[in-house]
Ligand binder design. Structure first.
Ligand code: HEC
Length: 145
């Protein structure tokens, strides 16, 4: 019995260690959010181009990921967290603009959900509006690769 309790304590400590790493490492947290946005675009882009069969459920799920992650993204830029990330100092100098752009991507992805049921014809222009957010923000706030 005692052993089992100890085991549980060890497990919950492990679980806590897991969460605190994600919280303590804002760079990892925001880069993961962006990677997931990138993965979602790998579904949406080819779908919009007609290179991938139109799957409304997949399109909705990808738009949800983008909307959710973009809303959370600006919460992971505490002062001094530039590290060796790809974030540019301009983010901290233009916090309000950076937050507005993050919110716009989130809102555009949410708005695009209304286009999903209409199939490719309605999804395509909505996708264009979502995709337009990436480059303009990267140009201003992300190190050129
Ligand atoms: C509000 C500004 C903003 C918008 C909008 C934005 N990004 Fe980013 N993105 C960034 C910044 C800043 C980084 C660098 C983060 C870092 O390294 O700390 C980044 C990094 C990335 C990365 C690399 C993640 C990694 O592992 O280092 C990918 C992939 C990415 N973005 C994809 C996208 C896509 C696709 C879109 C459009 C759907 C998008 N982003 C929209 C600001 C933005």
């Amino acid at each position: 019995m005692k052993k089992r309790v100890l085991g549980l304590v060890a497990l919950s400590m492990l679980a806590m260690a897991g969460t605190s790493t994600a919280q303590d490492d804002p760079i990892k947290a925001r880069e993961t959010l962006m990677e997931q946005i990138g993965d979602a675009m790998k579904v949406l882009g080819p779908t919009a181009q007609g290179k991938m069969g139109y799957d409304a459920a997949k399109v909705s799920a990808a738009l949800t990921t983008i909307s959710t992650n973009a809303a959370d993204f600006p919460n992971h830029f505490p002062d001094g967290s530039i590290g060796n990330s790809d974030a540019l100092p301009a983010i901290w100098e233009n916090k309000a603009d950076f937050e507005t752009r993050s919110k716009k991507l989130s809102d555009d992805a949410k708005a695009a959900m209304a286009s999903v049921d209409g199939g490719l014809d309605t999804f395509k222009p909505a996708f264009g509006a979502v995709a337009a957010n990436c480059k303009s923000c990267h140009e201003k706030y992300r190190k050129p690769s």
